[in-house]
Design a protein. Sequence first.
Length: 206
Amino acid sequence: MSFAWPGHRFHPRALHVLAAAGIRFARHGSEPEVPYAVGGGVACEPGADHPLLIPTTGDARPTWTLENLQRAGAMARDGRIAIIQFHGVPDGEHPWVNTPRENFEARMAWLHRGGFKVIALRDLATYIDEKALPTDPLAIMECRKAATAPNPSASPPATAKPRRPVGQALSPPSANCGTPSRLPTEVERVDPNAPYEKSQAFDKRP
């Protein structure tokens, strides 16, 4: 059984409650690692992330583009798993997270062409040892958060259209927390014609 933390809010003291209820995997949002406004966070790292605190890599919204999906998909490598969140197709009750059907179909077609294996959250059992729990489930989150903190000394590329204040870019990831080599940033641009990158973790499944 899987679970999505309501409103992306979570607390470590609730982990035992989910476990007692038979929840095996639970997804939170992009925060605290990456601000909600970015529209996506980091990839799940089996063995490092707590199975009940799995980060969201891509958070689909009405303004989400193919580039957003490509950015999330590019993180599904080196044993990491990209977690993509679609709220409703369509979602008339919550228009701020609505995904039009034609957009959803286009996103799924891109994943299919790229050779990605799409699974449900419950199927993470194939890749994650649920009994291998980190001593401090928040440690990796704080490490990633520090790695993505704004660096006032860095400037975005001249061709970028940042949503952060001008002159602020994301710092390089820390080598001590296993952060993906490419973190989502507002200033990063993805070439739509670039070769697709398949997930090594997904490819392990028969």
